[in-house]
Design a protein. Structure first.
Length: 202
């Protein structure tokens, strides 16, 4: 007896089987692609983080270098101002001993000392009572500055050498200035006044 195989109730079954096989073949490839993307993303993240850390470290080193350069320049600037104050004090003392001290000769000495210093806006001399005795600019003599902190520091603390005051707003120009100063003392060490210079910090 010839047996007839049962009819397939679903005529699309062979196609579904083929589709399932194709899908089954695609899954490993899909997983491999996803894994590759994940690894690539991780490597990219690590690379970007490394570059970011390098950039931050480079920025920190650059900032530290700039800070060191600025500090060195500031130190040299203040040393130069201090030298000029001492030179001016010595020249004024020589004028006084020679009997040639007057407002014009004192102004010439002050002008000579600040000429090579473009950041110094002025130089002056106060007497022991805090009155402006000589000044780089005409018309400023006689001003009472005994209330200024730098004058009080030198007057009350004999051991003070070079002194740098806190920034002060210039009432005439509206700019901030730093006052550098040194005490003027006689041979026996008694206080005779102060010589000061105005520094433009900008």
């Amino acid at each position: 007896m010839i047996q007839v195989p049962p009819l397939n109730s679903d005529p699309l079954q062979p196609f579904k089987t083929l589709q399932d096989r194709l899908l089954a073949m695609r899954w490993p490839r899909l997983w491999a692609a996803l894994a590759l993307m994940a690894v690539s993303g991780a490597l990219l993240t690590l690379t970007l983080n490394a570059q970011r850390n390098q950039a931050l470290e480079s920025g920190q080193r650059l900032t530290a270098t700039f800070a060191r350069v600025i500090e060195e320049q500031t130190t040299r600037t203040l040393q130069t101002v201090d030298q000029r104050l001492q030179l001016a004090a010595r020249a004024l003392s020589d004028l006084e001993r020679a009997g040639q001290m007057n407002e014009a000769s004192a102004r010439a000495v002050l002008r000579e000392q600040i000429q090579p210093l473009p950041f110094v806006r002025g130089m002056w001399v106060l007497d022991a009572q805090g009155r402006r005795l000589y000044d780089l600019n005409e018309g400023n003599t006689g001003t009472d500055l005994k209330d200024r902190p730098y004058f009080q520091t030198h007057q009350s603390q004999p051991g003070t050498g070079f002194h740098l005051d806190a920034p002060l707003l210039n009432r005439l120009t509206g700019t901030w200035l730093l006052t550098a100063s040194r005490a003027l003392r006689s041979v026996d060490g008694s206080f005779e006044g102060v010589i000061g210079a105005a520094i433009d910090p900008l």
